[in-house]
Design a protein around this ligand. Structure first.
Ligand code: DCP
Length: 131
């Protein structure tokens, strides 16, 4: 009985790992990054300039994946699954450092980005469709 319970818990854990977490918020990620830094006593390293440089280094790693490939069509046809997985990791590193940087600078990134989209729309109005 106990053994069955253990097996089903293990199955549950495996399923959890495979389920995509696509609707996570910036706030949730920010909290996870804060916990990650606190648990390792890494807050002292997470100063704004360090985080900015770390993010730029990750942008370099992201660029390497596209280097010398010529133009890459949308959807990345022909890329192997492993390459796409690697791309996801590099994109995540950039995003995570950006979120952490915003956080330690006291910027609410979700709010700032939402306001910026509105500002962009005012600066670049869409052409009127009624003409
Ligand atoms: N001081 C640190 C070091 C790492 N990380 C986290 C944020 C990034 O998501 C990831 C970066 O880890 P690595 O520096 O090991 O970089 P990579 O994962 O890209 O490994 P590699 O450079 O070996 O490919 O870890 C962090 O928060 N603070």
């Amino acid at each position: 009985m106990e053994e069955e319970k253990k097996v089903s818990m293990e199955q549950e854990e495996e399923e959890k790992k495979e389920t995509a977490v696509s609707d996570v918020s910036l706030k949730e990620l920010s909290k996870k990054l804060d916990d990650f830094a606190k648990e390792r006593d890494w807050e002292k390293y997470h100063a704004p300039r360090n985080l900015l440089l770390a993010m730029i280094a990750e942008v370099g790693e992201l660029s390497e994946l596209f280097m010398w490939k010529g133009e890459v069509p949308k959807g990345l046809p022909g890329w192997e699954e492993a390459e796409k997985e690697h791309l996801g990791e590099e994109l995540s590193d950039v995003l995570l450092y950006l979120i952490r940087l915003s956080d330690v600078c006291g910027v609410d990134l979700g709010d700032a980005a939402t306001k910026k989209i509105v500002k962009n729309a005012v600066k670049y109005p869409a052409p009127s469709k009624s003409a």
